[in-house]
Ligand binder design. Sequence first.
Ligand code: FES
Ligand SMILES: [Fe+2]
Length: 424
Amino acid sequence: MKKSINYADLVKADAVHGSVYTNPDIYRDELEKIYTNTWVYVAHESEIPNIGDFKRRTLGKQPVIFVRDKNSKVQVLFNRCRHRAATVCQEDCGNAAKFRCEYHGWNYALDGELTIIPYEDGYEKIDKRQFSLSKPRQIDSYRGFVFASIAEPTESLQDSLGAPTMRQIDYFCDLSPEGEIIVQAGAAKLVYKGSWKLQMENSIDGYHANFTHQSFFAQIARMTGKRVDTFDTASAVNARDLGCGNTYIDYQAQNLKPEKRDRQLAGLKATSWGKKYYDDMVAAYGQDRAEDVIVTAGTHMSIFPNLVVLGQQVRTIRPIEHNETEVELAPTLLKGAPDELNTMRIRQFEAFYSPRGGGIHDDIEMFNRVQEGVACSMDPWLIFRRGLHRERLMEDGTMAGCVSDETPQRAMWQHWLKIMQSNE
Ligand code: FES
Ligand SMILES: [Fe+2]
């Protein structure tokens, strides 16, 4: 019998109790309240471009198949045979004409319809239409990002994302002259011994980079002769709450400064492929929006509970256990952009995030260390107070802090608290 947890005792305005990372009962509660009752990111439509393409995914711990059916419709099917529950798809990805359960041979079409029961006459009466592979109650997408809610959601996907988050997704996708990103360039997968929330906190953490990634920046300094400081509180970079538990580091004001903007656009137009890309973007969006999008250069955003859209990549977080998490980092290509630009994006991704990259392992190591340290029961509170005194209320009603402030983490934890207190 699960103990009742008083969540208000675990999350303060400026601190979080260590048990939120370590208590298996809280994790089980999260699987229900967050990963079953709310919208969860599944995958991007471009990952399954052809009929029959599929990927295995999970919603919380529940295995699903992300598949394009024979009518080209994207489906999310539970990977659970309706006979006696064996998974019907074992490959991580591929192309299939159907899914056949290997336990007793039941066959399912790409839309989940049960098509064959071997030796069907053993059932006195069975209506196969009643035994399709089950589906989450709702599936919806925004700009190709597919989300599912296992239980009936209390709000639409659009309301759950919120307009500021959708605007950031637009910045990310509009870098393509055709308005589409392509997630087909492989992915790096990492597993760490810690809570899934550590990766969500870290993805929009402007405080850690100079320290956690010290060796990476030292290497850049050796190669370029320039010292990198990501920590400049006087910079125009903000750490923001986007509402709905979504958060981001806002580089836009800095990138749009006239000298930076002009330098970046001039640099792009100096190459023939860059000039073509610029012209294609202007043709697609008009000069103002095109330049705004190019200079803003995507986004750096965490979408609660399991998606991060950052730089060139889409990052999916899978909560395997309360103390074990898998992170998939997939670099993205821009449809219709020159090969040179897409190649550059992949190289930039590899430099920091690939298995041989110089940065992501630092973060993973820190998650392992937090999970180990948080086992100490004395003084159990983690401090999220940084910048609380200098937060600013923005026009959209959300808060903004300096780049290194813990405004995004506070926003994430307050959202987590709200969801975890529901149906208490
Ligand atoms: S469990 Fe799938 S056919 Fe029996
Ligand atoms: Fe990092």
